[in-house]
Write a protein that binds this ligand. Sequence first.
Ligand SMILES: [Fe+2]
Length: 303
Amino acid sequence: MAEKGSIVAGFLAPHPPHLVYGENPERNIPRSQGGWEVLRWAYGNCREKIKQLKPDVIVVHSPHWQTIVGHHFLHVPKLKGLSVDPIFPHLFRYRYDMEVDMELSDACYEEAIAEGLVAKKMSNPGFRVDYGTIVPLHLLNPEWDIPVLGISANNSPYFFSTRVGQEEMIKLGHATRRAIEKTGRRAVLAASNTLSHLHFDREPDLPEDMSQEHIFNHDQYQWDMRLLNMMRAGKADELMQILPEFIDTTASEVKAGSLAWMMAAMEFPKIPAKVHGYWTVIGTGNAVVEWDLANRAVAAGGR
Ligand SMILES: [Fe+2]
């Protein structure tokens, strides 16, 4: 069991609202007949792992909480409300109720400033939390009995270049790691990203009609497999090298920086990651992937 002040696990944790919709939790208003089971079962494995790890906090970086100036950290002790996906309101209208780790939020803010980043604490009690934050948090811990910290996606990759944006996210990752060490937290990280992101623009009459779900095109699939094989082989440095090309080729949501942030916070681990599942949602490539840092020595021995 890892010590205090460490990242015990990191998850690539995609956030299509379809996954919550398919599960029919009481908190989500729309009802479904299921769907996207392979990804939901993959998340089920991660839930079990989190129950074993008993972390103090789950930290999530969301591409859909976009901030124009700087990196923002949730900073309200309790956030409660109804979150509606603006693209899929018929799939996701979710009643959330979350406890924010305020001490870690303060520490992340301070360390981000020390890193030379523009940062801000989000202290508006009426703030509406986005689905990119909520979906992974629900799927990793539907009981919501672990405090959380949400981090926004600064838009710098869209103003400058993909490479500059990823470099900034690496700094944010270093800052997050130091904040976790300083506060003595045992933290789980979640990078709320799909992989390839070209998608269909027509929805079936029944959104969960799985006869209509498939990869968008072969090139995207091949790129996703290339990345996942690097993760499975523990090739963190090669993965970081290839990210800008992957982003530009597949319109990947990784551009928002969640994966680069998490890899940097985990110090680019050379252990094999575990791919719990891969499937498409409206054609986008989604993988649920785990880096087991608490058992790093075991993982390094190969799975
Ligand atoms: Fe998204």
